[in-house]
Design a protein around this ligand. Structure first.
Ligand SMILES: [Zn+2]
Length: 479
């Protein structure tokens, strides 16, 4: 028992110190390890398997909309990065530079890609000549580097994994439609697969992507009431096309600039999974993304027939879920806490008594509910339980999110909520960046988005300055 206690005691409780809880979980659930490269992480098998499932599901959904995958170089020549003014200003402070090739100083510095708009534009300007070449809907899976000062596993690391989609269209309408389509794809993925409810909306001018005409975002609320930007989709208009000379001739042989979008989701989303669903026993993974959905734990496995029966259960269930058996020589109690720490959605306990009664006990990770299931019915019951967990996890996260949205009508209310009530703040905004700056400086709160679905006018004036206001904004402290 002493040993079993240790695993649970190894993590700080969420209430006591959420940041420490997070660090403990990523470590004890064996998602990551620290490396001797400052600010970079090692993603371990349990963490990388989650990313692989995210990739598989997203990639499938991308391809259903006509996306094709490509791969671009990791380096960007300085002159290329500088071609779009806003873009270079936005990224310059966090770019890593390569100055030498072997022993020789390079004639032109190369940056390690922080994002690949400029490379794609340089590529597209030669690839696209006529309206027949459009649209181009390319995506790449890769890593990017941003020289962050403070880093945390998954949430902010100097190198991280992501996908970046870059598309080119003949018209502004087509580009806008693609921007919205990809945002909705991300939102549906988060809600249907990760069980994370999101708010869809538009970023303000201050918060939008460097070089974009408009940035759309999905924002999720973590257990501690902080927001996490979970995916973004940018409409570039023809700004990049003008800077890079991406032009096509139409049917009448007239020359036009093309319209572009880009959109991305990163390994940060694994941080969201942890902070939306986790509890004081560790990770809780939604079944649809969990690399292992069910863990069979034999009880008194040395007794005759127990392991055979357990393996039979694994073999029968392997057609309907991702299943493993823990037949190591650790005690069942230790195995239980390990399964809980790793967030495996259900464990299936099977001992001599159960076998005698032709049943097993399925224990839900999310609620710890114990469900007796006849061994005759496991192929139907276990998938049903997994689906119920998926649905309940989404509903629970949504109820938590919805009960942490606060309205503020003036600055006094805004300040009170920001200081005392974790969550999203709904407040009207006049459109002036000065109000955003004041709120950020005074309260460490940023505008998250102007929601698409909840554009209700809750008052006539800006909650910060009192001037007339037309836009409802979701505000919050954010990761
Ligand atoms: Zn204002």
């Amino acid at each position: 028992m002493a040993k079993e206690k240790k695993l649970v005691e190894a993590i700080t409780s969420m209430e006591e110190d959420f940041a420490q809880w997070y660090t403990d979980v990523v470590k004890k659930a064996e998602l990551v390890d620290y490396s001797s490269v400052k600010g970079c992480m090692i993603i371990k098998p349990a963490g990388y398997a989650i990313w692989e499932n995210i990739q598989k599901e997203l990639d499938k959904r991308f391809k259903e909309t006509g996306v094709e995958n490509v791969y671009m170089p990791i380096f960007i020549p300085e002159s290329l990065l500088e071609q779009e003014k806003d873009h270079v200003e936005g990224f310059a402070p966090e770019v890593a530079w390569v100055t030498h090739g072997g022993l020789n100083e390079l004639q032109e510095r190369l940056c390690v890609r922080p994002t690949s708009e400029t490379l794609f534009c340089d590529f597209y300007k030669n690839l696209i000549q006529s309206y027949r070449d459009l649209p181009k809907v390319y995506n790449q899976w890769c890593s990017v580097v941003r020289w962050e000062k403070e880093t945390r596993p998954f949430l902010r690391t100097r190198e991280f994994l992501w996908q970046e989609g870059h598309t080119v269209h003949a018209t502004a309408e087509d580009a806008e439609a693609r921007t919205v389509q990809m945002l909705n794809l991300y939102a549906n993925f988060c809600e249907e697969v990760l069980a994370i409810p999101v708010v869809r909306g538009q970023k303000t001018e201050k918060e939008k992507f460097a070089g974009a005409e408009a940035t759309y975002t999905i924002e999720a609320l973590m257990h501690d009431g902080k927001a996490l930007q979970s995916g973004t989709s940018h409409n570039f208009g023809d700004g990049f096309a003008k800077a890079f000379g991406i032009q096509y001739t139409d049917k009448d042989n007239k020359l036009h600039y093309a319209y572009q979008t880009s959109w991305g989701m990163t390994t940060r989303i694994i941080g969201a999974l942890i902070m939306v669903h986790g509890d004081d026993s560790g990770l809780v993974l939604p079944p649809r993304i969990a690399p292992v959905q069910a863990m069979v734990i034999p009880i008194q496995q040395k007794k005759d027939g127990v392991l055979d029966k357990a393996n039979e259960v694994v073999s029968r269930l392997s057609n309907v879920c991702r299943i493993k058996i823990d037949d190591s020589d650790k005690t069942p109690g230790w195995k239980f806490s390990e399964q809980e720490m790793r967030g495996i959605p259900v464990r299936i306990e099977l001992g001599p008594k159960d076998i005698e009664n032709n049943k097993c006990v399925v224990v839900r990770r999310d609620t710890r509910e114990k469900i007796e299931v006849s061994l005759d019915d496991i192929e139907t019951k276990v998938p049903e339980i997994l689906e119920a967990i998926q649905k309940d996890m989404f509903e629970r996260a949504k109820a938590h999110r919805d009960s942490h949205i606060w309205d503020a009508h003036n600055y006094e209310e805004f300040k009170d909520v920001a200081e005392n009530k974790p969550g999203f703040i709904r407040a009207m905004w006049c459109g002036d960046e000065a109000c955003e700056n004041k709120i950020k400086e005074d309260l460490s709160v940023t505008s998250r988005c102007m929601p698409f679905e909840d554009q209700e006018r809750i008052s006539e004036v800006c909650a910060c300055c009192g001037k007339p206001a037309h836009k409802l904004v979701y505000w919050g402290k954010a990761y």
